[in-house]
Design a protein around this ligand. Sequence first.
Ligand SMILES: *[C@@H]1O[C@H](CO)[C@@H](O)[C@H](O)[C@H]1NC(C)=O
Ligand SMILES: *[C@@H]1O[C@H](CO)[C@@H](O)[C@H](O)[C@H]1NC(C)=O
Ligand SMILES: *[C@@H]1O[C@H](CO)[C@@H](O)[C@H](O)[C@H]1NC(C)=O
Ligand SMILES: *[C@@H]1O[C@H](CO)[C@@H](O)[C@H](O)[C@H]1NC(C)=O
Ligand SMILES: *[C@@H]1O[C@H](CO)[C@@H](O)[C@H](O)[C@H]1NC(C)=O
Length: 440
Amino acid sequence: MVLFTPSMQRYLLMLLLSAAASRISDCYDPLDPNGNITVTFDIFKYNNDGYVARVSIRNYHQYRHVERPGWKLGWWWAREEVILAISGGVATKQGECKASTDEKPHCCSPDPEVVDLAPDATTDSRTDGCCHDGVLAAWAIDPPMSYSSFEITVGNLDQNRTGYLAPLNLTLTAPGPGYTCGPVREAPPTVSSVVGGRREEQVFRTWKSECTYSSYLSSKTPVCCVSLSTFYSPDITPCPSCSCGCRIADQSANSCISEGAIPSNIPEAELVKCTDHMCPLRIHWHIKNNYVTHWKVKLTVSNYHYGRNYSNWNVVVQHPGLGRSLAALGFNSTMLPTTGVPEDAALLWGKAFYNTMLLQADEYEVGSVTTDLLLQKDANSFTLSNGWGFPRRIYFNGENCQMPLPDAYPRLPNGGPGRRRGLFLLITLLYFTCTMCLGC
Ligand SMILES: *[C@@H]1O[C@H](CO)[C@@H](O)[C@H](O)[C@H]1NC(C)=O
Ligand SMILES: *[C@@H]1O[C@H](CO)[C@@H](O)[C@H](O)[C@H]1NC(C)=O
Ligand SMILES: *[C@@H]1O[C@H](CO)[C@@H](O)[C@H](O)[C@H]1NC(C)=O
Ligand SMILES: *[C@@H]1O[C@H](CO)[C@@H](O)[C@H](O)[C@H]1NC(C)=O
Ligand SMILES: *[C@@H]1O[C@H](CO)[C@@H](O)[C@H](O)[C@H]1NC(C)=O
């Protein structure tokens, strides 16, 4: 029963893959359905003409962090508020202040923007979780570091406290675009436990907004791609060409740099080494050994960017064979909850003082971090055939990486193209069709 010729299958698969990819990037992430950055304004003190509020920023994303130069939080005041003083952060502009007070307020702008302080901030200007240059860790990796806060003394209001209004139109850049914040709403007052848990204290008033990420808003082309190889085949499946852009078309724009020559006058963003895939990052999956009870994969993340170090990078791997037991020898790892996702997913990140920094490429070599993954076999599902051993999806810092098409995967020496390949393609087709229906 032949439904499609191989070339028709390939074409259909391409169509479906690209459709699925564009839909998935614009809708919610099944591996992190509740991922968001929550911003809270807690009024814990009233003054004659305003209030003091603690503004907290919590990154609830399992595997998306905020890198240098860090978060920037902006809003519009609903009335004519000014920020008299601030600690744990700083407003980027003072704005125009009226000459009616003795001391000049910190910021009189109707739409202030606040950034974090550097780690060397003085003790009296610090707050809980402040002073990390705006960096927030991913929730599943380092919960205490996924939190930041600053305190603002707000003035220029009257004494009618019920008339104080929440800030409007919150904006969050973290550091680039991509986040959309919902309206700032009145929420139940935040309760915190003090005196070692013997007492609970409650703020006067709480306003809250949730900011969600869409890679569709933030970018741009993909940032990473996946290549594959195995011990049983000499073939290496490269990243799909033009995964992150096309070299030939862009060459006049000087958007990549040939080996060795690094001119000094090129914008930082364009300092990528010339390759067929043109991605700043490549993730290589090599099936290394097949033991009786286990199998081993070597995973390598390479940085082709000449001007960018990736600090606190992370990688998510989706594969049906991760669930039994996974040991990542060179990385730190944890399993992600996968309700509603057909495969297991592992989150991998660097070990402290060893490889949390993925260094930039230099004229001699690309930057890289690597590990062996030791996976326990499930006799019912483990197989070397039909590309089962390759990952279904890989994310770098939360961005979906471009995968090669299944018909380009390395083959078993004796398992040439045939009915099983056709069957595998058909299954893949069905899988992506289902992801498209269920994903959004
Ligand atoms: C934001 O994250 C919190 C904590 O995980 C969760 O309770 C809330 O439902 C999330 N909001 C959205 C819109 O996903
Ligand atoms: C205070 O403000 C609220 C809301 O704007 C208003 O309903 C109330 O009448 C005001 N109270 C006084 C004493 O002005
Ligand atoms: C806030 O956003 C709303 C709708 O998105 C818009 O109508 C309003 O003008 C904005 N307000 C300010 C002060 O930017
Ligand atoms: C990346 O790290 C290396 C080594 O620590 C350093 O020499 C280089 O300046 C860094 N690059 C950037 C863009 O900060
Ligand atoms: C691995 O992650 C755990 C949990 O986040 C952390 O406690 C531990 O220090 C990490 N280990 C290394 C070597 O980074």
